[in-house]
Design a binder for this molecule. Structure first.
Ligand SMILES: NC(=O)c1ccc[n+]([C@@H]2O[C@H](COP(=O)([O-])OP(=O)(O)OC[C@H]3O[C@@H](n4cnc5c(N)ncnc54)[C@H](O)[C@@H]3O)[C@@H](O)[C@H]2O)c1
Length: 246
């Protein structure tokens, strides 16, 4: 077991990549705090983990709500004493081309995908500094490396995530805290189900492996970066995209 005696807080874990990562981490021995803005979803995933023999707790948190984040962190530390790993996975899309994008479309994606990661990481990093170590993992995207038609807000957020990842790696390394990001290409999840088939086909075609990622592919990347095997890796943006960006 690669995450034995580790407590992992995973946001956006009610479905998709986050839910898969929560289950993967639990199978590897982590105590998992399953977090999402939707209480019903986290209850289901947490129950599935516990019924499969893992240990988890469901905590509903909206990553835009700093008071809720502080309360959740307090609950986690009171229950498990520490938070060793944070996976900042919660994210949304709200697409439009620049000429049509409404201000609230811009704000919503920046609030969740960029400021949400800042909110959770700032709270968690204080705790990690006190406990003298930890791992912060951020959800980036290939869109944060090469942009994407119709995704001004999402590209800006993911570019920002890459910048925060490298900055925090530099700031927090002396406290034993590693910070990395995972940049998937398109993954088969509820987020991409909304996309036109021709966009998904185009992305499949761009991949040199001629496939889309599965949620397991992304969860395994988070697992590696969270584990002791990645002890000397920090400030990295790990592409898991089948070679879309080479
Ligand atoms: N699916 C892809 O192709 C893909 C590609 C690259 C990056 N990503 C990134 O991976 C992450 C997960 O994507 P996914 O495809 O699993 O998405 P998804 O839509 O399937 O799941 C996202 C989860 O985040 C939760 N969430 C949304 N806003 C939240 C908030 N304010 N507070 C707390 N939880 C919130 C949702 O309730 C949902 O459970 C996102 O950051 C996304 O940008 C996804």
């Amino acid at each position: 077991m690669r995450l034995k005696n580790q407590t992992a807080w995973i946001t956006g874990a009610g479905r998709g990549i986050g839910a898969e990562t929560a289950k993967t981490f639990a199978r590897e021995g982590a105590t998992v705090v399953v977090s999402d803005m939707n209480q019903a979803d986290v209850d289901i995933i947490s129950r599935e983990i516990n019924e499969a023999g893992g240990t988890s707790m469901a905590v509903a948190v909206n990553v835009t709500d700093r008071h809720a984040i502080d309360a959740a962190l307090k609950q986690i530390v009171e229950t498990y004493e520490r938070v060793d790993i944070v996976v900042n996975n919660a994210g949304i899309t709200n697409d439009a081309q620049l000429l049509k994008m409404e201000e609230d479309q811009w704000d919503s994606v920046i609030d969740v995908n960029l400021k949400g990661i800042f909110n959770i990481s700032q709270a968690a990093a204080k705790q990690m500094k006190e406990q003298e170590g930890g791992v912060i993992l951020n959800a980036s995207s290939v869109v944060g490396t090469y942009g994407n038609f119709g995704q001004t807000n999402y590209a800006a957020a993911k570019w920002g995530v890459n910048g925060m990842t490298k900055t925090w790696a530099k700031e927090l390394g002396r406290f034993g805290i590693r910070v990395n990001a995972v940049a998937p290409g398109f993954v088969q999840t509820p987020m991409t189900e909304k996309m036109p088939q021709k966009v998904l086909d185009a992305m499949t075609d761009k991949s040199v492996l001629k496939d889309l990622a599965t949620t397991e592919d992304i969860a395994n990347a988070y697992l590696f970066l969270a584990s002791k095997e990645a002890r000397f890796i920090t400030g990295e943006i790990l592409a898991v995209d089948g070679g879309v960006v080479i």
